[in-house]
Design a protein around this ligand. Sequence first.
Ligand SMILES: [Zn+2]
Length: 233
Amino acid sequence: MQFNVFCPLCGGQEFSDFNGRQAARCRNCGAMERTRLLFSILNREGVLRRDISVLHLAPEPGLAKRLRDLVSRYVPADINISQYQHFLPEVQRVDLCSFDPTTLGKFDLIIHNHVIEHLPCDLDTVFKKLSSMLNANGRMYFSAPIRGSLLTAENYDPALTDQDRHRLFGQHDHVRIFGSDALALFRKWLGPNVGNIESLAMFAPTELRQMAFHPDPVPLSGHTIFRYSHGGE
Ligand SMILES: [Zn+2]
């Protein structure tokens, strides 16, 4: 069967390899695999409606543009707003390690992809604050680098050099990398109502190929999208 491969965010049909991964990044909007998958999940789960409010941390440009056009209240935020201001002038400065969760209001949807590996602080507190910002029926979707063969490792001692962090955690500005215990840790911090979304259970193989998404042969990876809600829905 013939079908077009296209980015679900922007309709782009060209993809670049990245870090040894084929067709990882949309050449038009820059969306990585996880961002394309997440947007498809939000659509499939019927989450995106005009009347919802969204907090989008470290906002990916392609996803930011779609969400801003779709929902009534869209709040992009990051600790370093200068890299976002040229396309999101409304971006809010939020330091997840020291923020007051009552200042931005409540949200129906909180999104953070590959953010928590950067945070030099206790994630238990971060997750509890973020979950307190969700409305009763709100959901949080997130992802993080995971290597399934080892346990989670972290070290946010400021004495570590960029080279140390690259060697230990895979990137110069990462202070942790998750392991096979990732879901257990998320459940320790967020309770039982957090789980990983099985892409192959939600989408047919053809649908995944169409969005240039290649499921990993391992249960958890950096492409895995986790979903939390107060009621476990
Ligand atoms: Zn795109």
